[in-house]
Design a protein around this ligand. Structure first.
Ligand code: 5GP
Ligand code: MN
Length: 338
């Protein structure tokens, strides 16, 4: 399952820069920190870097305090490992072309929208998390799934599957998680810290933006303005509101549109999409320049909350309509064959 080239590249490298994506989640931190542990186990010198400062909920993960930001990355690496990231633009400022353009890149990822941007690309869309892939890498390297490694890897699997509830939660996912729990991974600690905690400010935000939630043709969405964020006390993120919106029984797709400013101060809208099993929002995200998974994807578009959401909602509704029609067709086909 793991290419010999990948193992050779790991064995031959000494100074390894490991990075993951902007707006990092549990799988980004879990896979980054676990890769650091695996490399140290092989006697390598890994440096772990992230574009964002570590949010409070991830600061207690083993090794999180050693993660450096863009300013401290430096040069002199013989391998760059990019984890849980579908394209190079998603790593943000930790990749600095002037310093890093000539370093061989190894991609380890589970996004179906991965662009295979490395010299070595290990992409497994059937895995529910990059951390699941690293369970198999640990096996290939004969590293036991215990202690800090088990904690980091279980964190990524639990958070990316919303605690084993997403449609990509296969028996293999449960088996990997079971082995990590046997090795000391603490499921309750992870779910309590990362899945069942919301700040007061977040409720103040949801209280505002749920007043103007819309539902049309199986698509539910709302917008989040900078003014609403400020009035709520600036929560650090939207608490994955799109994941809550998709629980609306009338909806098969959900979206949130968050007003932001880019690094040049220009208005952009961050779009976050979710789909119920059997529906796919990754294709729409990819067509809009983003990416992700069939059930969870996103993109960032230039523009304001006045112009971006209507266009994107129209694209989602069209995709929803087409997917519904395809499902009906295949049901009819099945019925006529009976
Ligand atoms: P979220 O909605 O939680 O921010 O993101 C859901 C999924 O979509 C994640 O897997 C994330 O990696 C992916 N995603 C979100 N925004 C973008 C984007 O702008 N580009 C790409 N390639 N993927 C994105
Ligand atoms: Mn992931």
């Amino acid at each position: 399952m793991i290419e010999p080239d990948l193992l050779t590249a790991l064995h031959e490298a000494d100074d390894v820069l490991c990075v993951s994506h902007v707006s990092p989640d549990g799988d980004a931190y879990g896979s980054l920190l676990a890769m650091g542990l695996l490399l140290r186990n092989l006697g390598k010198r890994p440096v772990l870097a992230m574009h964002d400062r570590t949010p409070r909920e991830f600061q207690s993960m083993p090794g999180a305090s050693d993660i450096v930001g863009p300013a401290a990355v430096g040069a002199g690496y013989d391998l760059l490992i990019v984890l849980d990231t579908s394209s190079m633009d998603r790593v943000g400022a930790v990749f600095q072309p002037a310093l890093h353009a000539s370093i061989p890149v190894m991609v380890i990822d589970h996004h179906i929208t991965n662009t295979y941007f490395g010299r070595i690309n290990w992409v497994m869309p059937d895995c529910a998390a990059t951390c699941q892939m690293l369970v198999y890498l640990a096996d290939a390297l004969a590293v036991p799934l215990t202690g800090k490694l088990a904690e980091c890897l279980l964190t990524g699997i639990v958070t990316d599957t919303l605690c084993f509830r997403t449609s990509n939660t296969t028996p293999d996912v449960l088996e990997a998680a079971m082995r990590l729990m046997r090795g000391g991974g603490d499921l309750v600690h992870i779910t309590q810290r990362l899945l069942t905690q919301r700040s007061y400010a977040l409720f103040k935000l949801w209280g505002q933006v749920l007043q103007h939630v819309h539902l049309e043709d199986g698509v539910i969405w709302t917008t989040i303005s900078l003014a609403e964020m400020k009035r709520a006390g600036n929560p650090s993120n939207d608490g994955q509101l799109s994941s809550t919106l998709i629980t609306a029984s009338e909806a098969n797709m959900s979206a949130t549109f968050t007003e932001k400013r880019n690094e040049q101060g220009r208005p952009v809208v961050e779009c976050s999409f979710r789909a119920r099993p059997g529906f796919d929002v990754a294709t729409t995200a990819l067509a809009l320049g983003g990416g992700g998974h069939p059930a969870a994807s996103g993109c960032t578009l230039p523009g304001t909350l006045n112009d971006v959401p209507p266009q994107v909602v129209a694209a989602l509704k069209a995709a929803h309509q087409a997917q519904l029609a395809a499902q009906t067709q295949s049901t009819n086909y099945a019925l006529t064959r009976e």
